[in-house]
Design a protein around this ligand. Sequence first.
Ligand code: BGC
Length: 888
Amino acid sequence: MLTASALACDHQPRPAGVPVGSGSPPHFSWQLAADGSNVFQTARRLQVATDPAFARCVWDSGRTECPDSVDVPYAGPVMAPETKHWWRVRIWDNQGRESDWSETADFITALDGWTAPFVSGEPADAAASSAGTVLRGEFSLGKGIASAILHATALGVYRLSLNGVRVGDWAMTPGWTEYASRLLYQSYDVTAMLREGANAVGAMIGNGWYKGSLAGWLGLRNLYGKQTAFAMRLTVRYADGTTTVFQTGPEWKAADGPVLFSEIYDGETYDATREIPGWDAPGFDASGWRAVLPVAFDSAVVRPQDGPPVRARERLRPAAIFTAPNGEKIIDFGQVVTGWVRVSVAGKAGDAVRIRHAETLDRDGNFYTANLRSAKQQIKYVLKGGAEEVYEPYFTFQGFRYICVDEFPGAFGADNFTAVVAHSDMPEICAFDSSHDKLNRLMQNIRWGMKGNFFDIPTDCPQRDERLGWTGDAQVFVRAASILHDASAFFRKWLRDMAAAQFPDGAVPHVVPDILTGNVPDGDKIDVVHGTTGWGDAGVICPWTQYKYSGDRRFLEECYPMMKGWVEFIRSRAQWGLIWNRDRHLGDWVALDAKEGSYFGATPVDLIATAYYAHATSLTARAAGILGRDDEAREYARLRERIGDAFVKEFFSPAGRLAARTQTGYVLALHFGLVPEEHRARVLRELAEVLAEYGDHLSTGFLGTPYICHALSENGRLDLAYKLLLNEDYPSWLYPLSKGATTIWEHWDGIKPDGTMWSDDMNSLNHYAYGAIADWIVSVVAGIDSEAGPGGAGYRRSVVRPRPGGGLTRASAAQKTPYGTLSSAWTLDGTRLTLEVTVPHNTAATVVLPAGDIVENGGLAFAFNGGGQAATAPSGAYRFVVENAILA
Ligand code: BGC
């Protein structure tokens, strides 16, 4: 048996908005399902058609000798725009088998350029308004509708309906991008929603990121415009082959709707008495409505959706309902989440429900909102009266675990409130388990931290008046993110915004979309040069990481100019082009070795900046090599060597003393390969000493934390890495669990041992950065990693090297790779290690076992390498047993 399954186009099962044109053909991927082991694809045949029976085939590749089953580019003629296509594949393997055709998968091609005009229900200057508007258009269709595709976008956020029924289930569309360069439109197959005769489209529009308040502490708003607007195009194809197009235009009508107020940070006020029955259905009398106003917008920047949409993904019931000591009525959903609350209520017209959202209670058990800063996170719903009414906010989202019910008609119970968890739709791809319950809970908290902050862009936090795409946070967490969820399409979208936001001198901004440049007053902590170490490095580290885990070279192809630009920016700022010892930096942000009351860690920023410069240059050199830019690969490899030499001269004494006696200083030097061999032992000894000074606890901030366990385990101190991972007292990854944490905190001591809070000013309880440790947990504890070079990326060649320690008796990870599930599960009984491994077809793994007596070898021949005993395992399931294992 041989089958091609799990078909994906550009990493999504059924994408809509696949670009047409020869410049960026879609890529197809599938997995091999087959009996047996050592299965490799030898040939494939792909077909793409405009009908599910493949009668109208637009591309038949024919049988092609080709081992690739991931990211195979479309190579047919230019496809018709806004058309549904079906594709399938048939494969041959190294065992002489031929598959049947796979099941078919479909995708919808994008428009060939945006033409629909933008129209608004607001006056040209509605800067101060936070109210929503409603827009409608009506059109008539003839007989025999064969297919219909609708594309929509907004300056603001929209909720669309067709003939009174909501279109799609995406939230906060069109999302947040660098609007001046990229505004995305969404495409929907609406064939089943249309009818012969009169049809109506209705759009509710809110401020969103486009026009609403942002960066509350700076009081910004109207960053992109003072007037919301909407644009759509519907193309209907009839069975006879003719088409008709309906789009926004001057004949559309507008009115004020039931959304009286909606802002991302502050919440929403919805007055159901102002709902307009039938407003989005055909035949509605809109004669009392006002004419829409045209809004000029550069249609050249309107592009197809290129990331996963935000949608409601989970629903949580109240875990507890209680009255706080101060008398407030509280509901606890048991988990810090991002999303909104669904209210279901019955009452009379004019009654109201008012709720506020918060992440935690204070030491006394009262509702705590101080860490939200100016964000109100408040919802008010005014009832229309009568039967049960159900309401979910339209254009806002909150970070919360608790709600405080300030107003409700009559008594309420668990049935009245549901927490709706919303985030960018990314499949979970890693299941981890171990004998250590708290470690397992930590992994869950990390995942919740990710779900809470991957909301169209990677936000720093989802609750206070910030929620921005901080580049540093994202680069710190990107490896963990790519292991836990399939985040490749999410990063594809965001990296395009990052490239759009990159400055002409190559600097990468602190936040993407960049709303801070030009808007931050002098003297603010982030009023630093526009590229800062560890944050701008996202421009190199994120594309590299996406390439490594997805195997999609397009990350490097598209982002190489950005990577190179960042390295050249640093070169232009650095002394002799080698030591970056000027400019203000955020440094090892919120490290524990900072001075009292400061956010800036103790590690000198020139050391950090030069170390990151070396790292970025080394990744850029590798990217150049993979892209076949050999001259540049050599040039950057040489530059990396010179930075390394300069680093040693500048930051090491001749006897090997590092200029910074901090954990982060040692960690970066070790992990980025900047420690000369002759100094390694001393550096390690001193790192252990500095850890001992903190009682074998970490004191690192944003930039040292992701690498601290790697630096230790790569250098013979696996024991210390486990110690840090499993410490339960403050400061540690597990300490917050003792305070009931269900996510990752911004500070190691967000809630202090005595129950008091870190300063209100900066104390997010849902900040994913320190969750970066998930990368070490999966790649070292469970022992699964992808190689990164050509032929290895995307887990085509992986490494399975579990390194038991910390008293754990078992650990396992099952990683859904682009090729299928790669898993590693070990158990330890004294010094007897049993390891079970599954390697997906069309891939191989290097399995590394610890020194000891291999008594079951899975049929493989092991040989000693630097790290243990290694063998190559082609696809299949294996069991290995090592007795007298030497674990270190
Ligand atoms: C954010 C951080 C960010 C930092 C840098 C904070 O307000 O929450 O995560 O990276 O600022 O200044």
